[in-house]
Design a protein around this ligand. Structure first.
Ligand code: 1HA
Length: 270
């Protein structure tokens, strides 16, 4: 598969192949732990994927065969967050969660090894997860002095139920790919050698489906959980579709032609 680079970064790779974008965390020496710069680059990459009309689906993965992501880089964790070159502490991965959550295209986690701590939360917030059989899942916050009570808890509980979510967080145990599949935490487990083939296959199937239909399903499933913000995202897409209808165009035309709009011509559906 000939992935073509879409933009060069320091900590990540952003590549493109046949309407699929792939974001790879590229810090294998620290098991793809993220520092603020890594997250800033991921946010930039996801923004590019959102804007590019030729990107239909996005894969998130980690470099190598050891780890998907091991969470926040413990080497740069300091007072108030993860500290970047400017000395400012940040928890900017939460902004990335929001990007993935509101991305109007499917995001697939391709979990190729450890998905631990903040790295586990990253796959939790993705729409789908395809994992290799060597993948290991778990939260570690309460073991290392952290927690994510946001999507990392509430959305996790939607995947696996309240009892399991509490077990995962309270005990900080590690779970095999098979255990993760059994508890509804991942969609499919395949041998590592087939991980990308399988994930790309899933992406190709989604690319054959109606992008607007997938978008509205994602919005609707989110809206149930996301309160007014979720309804706002769903409503925004309803407006987008309304603007594509003649009924909305008549209003704009009438305004520009300085006449009363003729909305009577449009059907009142049952
Ligand atoms: O909780 C949050 C947040 C909450 C709210 C808002 C924002 C948040 C943002 C982030 C986070 C967090 O991510 S907290 C959780 C942080 N992560 C961890 O606690 C996981 C730490 N890593 C491990 O537990 C283990 O490394 C491992 C289970 C993933 C793998 O264990 P293993 O196979 O024994 O490998 P190990 O030798 O431990 O690791 C391989 C290399 O990778 C080591 O480097 P070396 O000593 O060989 O030079 C190790 O230090 C490095 N490494 C692994 N994980 C991290 C790491 N280096 C820095 N940061 C890491 N997270």
């Amino acid at each position: 598969r000939a992935w073509v680079s879409m933009k060069e970064y320091e900590d990540i790779k952003l590549e493109f192949f046949e309407n699929i974008a792939k974001v790879t965390i590229n810090r294998p020496r620290v098991y793809n732990a993220f520092r603020p710069k890594t997250v800033t680059e991921m946010i930039d990459a996801f923004d590019i994927c959102r804007e590019r009309a030729d990107v239909g689906v996005i894969i998130l993965t980690g470099e190598g065969d050891k780890a998907f992501c091991s969470g926040g880089d413990q080497n740069v964790k300091g007072h108030g967050g993860y500290i970047d070159e400017s000395g400012v502490p940040r928890l900017n991965v939460l902004d990335l969660h929001k990007r993935i959550r509101t991305m109007p295209k499917p995001v697939v986690a391709m979990v190729n090894g450890y998905a631990i701590g903040g790295g586990h939360v990253l796959h939790v917030v993705c729409d789908l997860t395809v994992a290799s059989d060597n993948a290991i899942f778990g939260q570690s916050g309460p073991k290392v002095g952290s927690f994510d009570a946001g999507f990392g808890s509430s959305y996790l509980a939607r995947h696996v139920g309240q009892k399991k979510a509490r077990e995962i967080w309270f005990l900080c145990k590690q779970y095999s790919a098979q255990e993760a599949e059994d508890m509804g935490l991942v969609n499919k487990v395949v041998p590592l050698a087939q991980l990308e083939d399988e994930t790309v296959e899933w992406c190709k199937i989604m690319l054959q489906r109606s992008p607007m239909a997938l978008r509205m399903i994602k919005r609707g499933l989110n809206a149930e959980l996301d309160g007014q913000t979720g309804i706002m995202e769903l409503a925004g897409d309803a407006t987008l579709m309304f603007y594509l209808m003649e009924e909305a165009q008549e209003g704009r035309k009438a305004f520009l032609e300085k006449r009363d709009p003729d909305f009577k011509q449009f059907p009142k559906f049952p």
